[in-house]
Design a protein around this ligand. Sequence first.
Ligand code: CDP
Ligand code: CDP
Length: 216
Amino acid sequence: MTGAFVIAVDGPAASGKGTIATRLGEAYGLPVLDTGLLYRAVGVLAKRAGEDLDDETACAAAAVTLTADQLGDPALRTREAGELASRVAVHPRVRDALLDFQRTFAGQEAGAILDGRDIGTVIWPQAPAKLYVTATPEVRAERRWKQLQGQGEAVTYEDILADIRRRDARDGGRGAAPMRPAEDAVLLDTSEMTIEQAADAARRIVEAARARWDAS
Ligand code: CDP
Ligand code: CDP
């Protein structure tokens, strides 16, 4: 075995990857980074500064100023922040500006779990455990709709389904680090799973990866 035990959890919006990453973090005592928060924070910062989100230089400048203490802002959890995030995430220079932070987190001696879109393909391709969490767009829209209602956002299910489809197309279609499963990722379709079932399935995948890693 070489390096730290890193678990990469990738997948599209509202597939349940954050929930799975948190559960795995509890199960294995590993620190968890929700990398989507970085892009959400850059989008919100750029918007607040009145920048054009299609302006790569302006968005990269916002990304460079980002600090970890800005990631707890509840404004990052809104529907709008998700949309802003996927718009700034298409810019290669924004992605480059966020690389060091993510790789430093992944490289810590204790090991780590990161969830996002490109953890297994770009950020930490050497991760010994990689999951790609999916669910149908309709199931994901239902989950996100309920989640946002719980946060007090008044939106319709149809609006959220349209958001999800638009974000899937943008995240999967961009040139820089497009959303896609790593070749060695294990696909986990949670469409018909409860949170408990998804967390159990994820643990089994990680146990198998851990056994291979211990033996190597
Ligand atoms: O929670 P949800 O899946 O809706 O979104 P998120 O993980 O917070 O990510 C928000 C947006 O950031 C995504 O739609 C991607 O455009 C971008 N993102 C990315 O490009 N790469 C990552 N590693 C994480 C997020
Ligand atoms: O991180 P990501 O955007 O992929 O999704 P999440 O934040 O983990 O999950 C989105 C919502 O779906 C949360 O409110 C979860 O509690 C819920 N969820 C669910 O209902 N069933 C699952 N199997 C997984 C998540």
